[in-house]
Design a protein around this ligand. Structure first.
Ligand code: ZN
Length: 190
């Protein structure tokens, strides 16, 4: 498990100025599986599943783009957008931290999404939420895209944690399947 400081060094590489490796992501298979699952399930069960699995692109611009994908060295996805673009939680939940941290992430918001999962949004220009706020995917503006902390250009570093963020025993998961959908999801990744 890497320390916050180690991660900070990695965060610093996440700016759009280093955006040379953007590749179209092959996720057609997942979308087909999702459709297959929906067709197998019937009636209210479908609604239940949708409510617990819905996840959305957390940046309020269809022209935003990924500047760095998830890897062992960078356990997050960086999404670049114009400075000041709204940031929403990928899934609805409750804010557990909102403010500045000197972990290289700058202004950041952490959201508890239930079942032990948390999402974190870093390098914000402003924080528009407080600890304890109930926030909704695609609707609640929790902050604005910025470059606070160790960021070379405006983007947000999105982490998905199992377990409370940065606590011993917690770990990060690729958030892609939590953000590859929704109103603002860029068509270039569909
Ligand atoms: Zn990053």
């Amino acid at each position: 498990m890497s320390s916050p400081l180690t991660t900070g060094a990695q965060v610093a590489r996440g700016g759009p100025c280093l955006d040379s490796g953007v590749q179209p992501h092959q996720n057609g298979g997942r979308r087909l599986r999702r459709l297959a699952l929906a067709s197998v399930l019937a009636g209210s069960l479908v609604l239940t599943v949708a409510a617990t699995t819905s996840a959305y692109w957390p940046v309020g611009s269809r022209s935003s783009w990924v500047t760095q994908w998830f890897s062992r060295a960078h356990p997050a996805i960086d999404i670049a957008a114009n400075y000041g673009t709204r940031v929403f939680p990928a899934r609805s939940g409750t804010v557990v931290f909102a403010g500045w941290r000197s972990n290289c992430g700058g202004y950041q918001v952490w959201v508890s999404n239930g079942n032990g999962y948390y999402t974190g949004y870093y390098h914000l220009a402003r924080v528009y939420s407080r600890r304890g706020d109930a926030v909704w995917a695609q609707h609640s503006t929790i902050g604005l895209v910025g470059r606070s902390g160790c960021a070379s250009g405006p983007h947000t570093h999105v982490e998905l944690w199992h377990g409370y963020p940065w606590r011993s025993g917690s770990y990060r998961i690729n958030p892609w399947s939590w953000i590859d959908y929704g109103y603002y999801f860029p068509s270039r990744y569909q």
